[in-house]
Design a protein around this ligand. Structure first.
Ligand code: LLP
Length: 428
């Protein structure tokens, strides 16, 4: 259970709100976002990365969860926004995020997107590759503007959840490899550019990483590369953005480290290694997505039919599934769940939680021990804050569920459940 959840009188409650009442008021399936814990976490990250050595910023990787309400929180929280499309920029702007604090990522940014970003004053564009550099330069020359940029590079450290490996062979679709002999030509071109204001580098070594040392190793590799770039090109590296990827708890066995304890150590290490290598950074940024929002999100479903197969498998069907959470089908991701109205009852049966889409892989949990379930019970899946709502689909013409935010006593709807009209609005 999360800090905001308690069992009272046999029922699970969220900050004192009974999930049964929530279901009756807002319907199911429903995304529920605990705003209080998100705000607290964002503030704690921001404080933990603060440093006397250089300016720092937390950029929320909004691909993990973006709604207008979330974007408004980003604007209010004094953190930046990592965006990966014109759409994400658009919603950030709509909600009042300062474009100067946006970092625009992604491979194959379209010309229309680069134009939009430049026009709207997006603070930093993270260049993915040499062609993009040329395209952006042309746009900036034509517009007569000066655009701050970073270059995304692959430091050759790849994190595989529990350990890191150093790879010379780098086939990533993102960024330019530090092992590419031409990398310093790109750095030189950026440094010489009249309209691109080249500030430094960016790297992101992966997602759902549990090993602090992977980040430390990657940071050291990045600093070593920065030192080399400074020497060969005669530039000054002002900023390194070290990406996101901090792992979170989904099920037993996941042992994430405390980001707030890690950040001060990380900053210290970056500073020390920087001094050793002669890289005097003015700014250090990181862009966590999942770890900022996942634990604040959960999804509430209602139990429908129950079916035991001749093979002895007990299916528990819910009124949502892969449409609102594609992660189990896509990544074999695992989740924990609870019958909110039977929260204090002992488990008696092993269930497979399956959705209602026409797809055998539409399962949320392969095997979970629960009390005897009945139709109309409510099932809550925890840890769905990241990469659930944003990856939802209308497969089978199933509407995307709505979302509510809970902040202590206060509950408010932030996304309405799609209507059929919403789903077909663009059909001509
Ligand atoms: N920065 C960059 C450049 C990234 O590519 C990503 C995630 C992040 C930051 C944020 O990483 P996080 O802190 O959230 O791990 N859909 C997948 C995850 C894809 C991550 C893509 N990049 C999932 O559901 O697990």
């Amino acid at each position: 259970l999360e800090s905001y959840q308690r069992i009272e009188d046999g029922r699970l409650k969220h900050s004192g709100h009974d999930y049964q009442d929530i279901a009756k008021t807002y319907g199911t399936p429903l995304y529920i976002f605990d705003e209080a814990s998100f705000i607290e976490r964002a503030k704690a990250y921001k404080a933990a990365i603060q440093s006397d050595y250089f300016e720092t910023d937390i950029l929320f990787a909004s691909k993990a969860l973006l709604t207008k309400a979330i974007a408004k929180l980003i604007a209010a929280l004094d953190i930046g926004q990592d965006v990966v499309s014109a759409g994400e920029i658009y919603l950030g702007l709509e909600a009042g995020v300062d474009p100067k604090r946006m970092y625009f990522h992604g491979n194959n940014k379209l010309n229309s997107e680069l134009l939009y970003a430049v026009d709207e004053g997006v603070g930093t564009i993270v260049i993915d590759n040499r062609q993009e550099m040329k395209r952006l330069e042309e746009i900036c020359v034509k517009k007569g503007v000066n655009q701050r940029v970073l270059l995304r590079v692959n430091p050759g450290v790849e994190a595989h959840t529990h350990e890191y490996i150093k790879t010379a062979d780098n086939d990533s679709k993102f960024g330019e490899s530090v092992f590419d002999p031409a990398i310093y030509d790109i750095v030189q071109a950026l440094s010489d550019s009249t309209h691109l204001q080249f500030a430094g580098f960016h790297s992101h070594i992966g997602s759902q990483i549990f090993d602090e040392e992977s980040f430390m190793k990657a940071a050291e590799e990045m600093l070593a590369f920065a030192a080399e770039a400074q020497e060969r090109v005669g530039m000054k590296v002002k900023e390194i953005n070290f990406g996101g990827g901090f792992g979170v708890y989904y099920t037993e066995g996941d042992e994430p480290f405390q980001v707030v304890d890690f950040l001060p150590k990380f900053v210290e290490r970056v500073h020390e290694k920087g001094i050793e290598l002669g890289v005097n950074l003015e700014k250090v940024t990181i862009e966590p997505g999942r770890s900022l929002v996942n634990a604040s999100g959960s999804t509430l479903y209602q139990v429908g039919d129950l079916k035991t197969t001749v093979g002895g498998k007990n299916y528990l069907f819910i009124n949502g599934g892969m449409n609102d959470n594609i992660r189990p089908a896509l990544y074999q991701a695992e989740y924990e769940a609870i019958l909110t109205n039977k929260a204090d009852q002992a488990p008696t049966k092993t269930y497979t939680i399956a959705g209602k889409a026409c797809e055998s892989g539409d399962k949320i949990i392969e095997a979970i021990d629960l009390p005897e379930a009945e139709p109309t019970d409510y099932l809550l899946v925890n840890g769905t804050g990241a990469y659930n709502f944003v990856m939802a689909s209308n497969y089978n013409s199933i509407p995307v569920p709505g979302m509510i935010h809970i902040n202590g006593d206060e509950i408010r709807a932030t996304v309405a459940q799609q209507s059929f009209e919403d789903m077909y609005r663009t059909h001509l």
